[in-house]
Ligand binder design. Sequence first.
Ligand SMILES: Cc1cc2nc3c(=O)[nH]c(=O)nc-3n(C[C@H](O)[C@H](O)[C@H](O)COP(=O)(O)OP(=O)(O)OC[C@H]3O[C@@H](n4cnc5c(N)ncnc54)[C@H](O)[C@@H]3O)c2cc1C
Length: 597
Amino acid sequence: MTYAAPVKDMLFCMKELAVLEDVARIPGFEEAGLDTAQAVLEECAKFNESVVAPLNREGDKQPSFWKNGEVTTTPGFKDAFRQFGEGGWQGLQHPLDFGGQGLPKTIGAACIEMLNSANMSFALCPLLTDGAIEALLTAGTPEQQQAYIPKMISGEWTGTMNLTEPQAGSDLAMVRSRAEPQPDGSYKLFGTKIFITYGEHDMARNIVHLVLARVVGAPEGVKGISLFIVPKFKLAADGSVGERNDVHCVSIEHKLGIKASPTAVLQFGDHGGAVGELIGQENRGLEYMFIMMNAARYAVGMQGIAVAERSYQQAVAYARDRVQSRPVDGSVAGSAPIIHHPDVRRMLMTMRAYTEGCRAMAITAAAAFDAAHKHPDAEVRKQNQAFYEFMVPLVKGYSTEMSGEVTSLGVQVHGGMGFIEETGAAQHYRDAKILTIYEGTTAIQANDLVGRKTARDGGATARAIARQIEATEQALAARDSAAARALGKRLSAARAAFVEVVDFIVANGKANPNAAFAGSVPYLMLAGNLMAGWQLARALLVAEEQLADGQGDAAFLRAKVATARFYGDHLLSKAPATRDAIVEGADSVTALALDAF
Ligand SMILES: Cc1cc2nc3c(=O)[nH]c(=O)nc-3n(C[C@H](O)[C@H](O)[C@H](O)COP(=O)(O)OP(=O)(O)OC[C@H]3O[C@@H](n4cnc5c(N)ncnc54)[C@H](O)[C@@H]3O)c2cc1C
């Protein structure tokens, strides 16, 4: 088997950290208790391990290709996608009214991780479709929702997100695609979109493009952007697939990784205009797109965790198998499997601790999303919304940056064979690189964290989270165990470093923005490190308790304690140095004059 879903760890995160029992008390989620979670995860694991994962390597070797405007995906993808739709996996988190299963994000997030561990290139199609469904649920009319959402949930049609243009990447204010209003209330769209994931493919009958464009005469900048639905095939009167629309794929990109995922250049309106429908109101497109982007940003964070998990599993298997050198402690007489060497153990522990820490952080954030959306108490909704919004750039930014480090270690564990394509370790490394770029680069996530999530409320949300962390520190300090004490000390130092950085960002945000933003990515990394470490500290507390009571799987719980302790010693311990770089090193970032580069 090339991938075994970490169902036990996922259920542990849901039950003990995200407190699924509380999520299942929220009206609408009554069916989503632990039994449901276990059944869904086991079924999901089976599907991904046996159907999707075996296609991962194939996709790298036989990427999607373009010919005469059409894209043929990797052999096997089309059939796997049919099974994905029929299995109901696209609708997991979407409303029952549209054919979905209405499950909370707390459970859905784990399924997204599995799909992406199995095959990131394949998973991108459902990921973008989820975003399109989300945007229509938020801003579409009941007619639009009825026309498009059930077909996307069933897997008959898929969705895309069309933001990027050659001159408009991070800066969407520069979008130039044009929409001309028509007498019948529709619009005709003209322009070029680049880098559109699954912008053309052969896995579904229709593709629902959500497109950012400017209505003729709209204001400049972000306030003049509207959102449109432009289906590849226009809808016939009965809602089925009708005539071909004027949107065409003129090429797809040749990429470093995720080669099976077609990244399309789409040309709108070269033959008279692509027919589109407005979503919501004119000029509010970016606002709606942000809803879709937030869902997608979280999901991209899960992609980071997913590829890190896959890379870790492969590295462990190789380290058990590859025999090289005598262990320094003499525990084996001759050459031994490399897993005996302390440095290989350090690499594997780093990979494991990062992955488990980020998973714990992401699943906890998912529970906050569920409460923010459906909890009956408005105050609880508000608090959870603030927490979730703070976490989105961390789940996206930190988990994807860590996936770069983890997959690089995955190559390193393999030695020379890691650099050779046939082991597959290099594919994870190449695939992971896109994650820090699309859906907003790490810098864009960090700008969001500094501006909207920290400076705007004067650091209030950040400090409220720090107070919750202090409670965990106290619980650790009260424990009579070396692991808890050691982790408590690291957590405390990291939390103090975080609070100092928050104060620095708030103080400098307006007065000295270059100083505040010079440390934006390091601040994101410090905050992500702290949040992941905090969740592992909570995990350690639970694991020790269960071990003392003789409950649960002792080997799993002991490994959790060891991994959390490692996280504290080796990863959380970096937080104070990051604080120094941000607070004391801000000026040196911009000291060199532009013409000196
Ligand atoms: C494989 C792939 C799939 C994609 N899929 C889609 C898709 O489905 N739909 C879609 O619309 N787009 C998609 N994209 C586009 C992607 O979202 C953009 O590439 C990304 O947002 C970055 O924009 P850019 O490439 O223009 O880089 P730029 O914006 O030119 O950024 C270049 C560098 O400048 C930095 N930078 C820019 N602005 C700032 C700032 N304000 N502060 C600090 N640093 C800054 C960036 O962090 C980066 O390091 C995809 C891209 C790729 C490669």
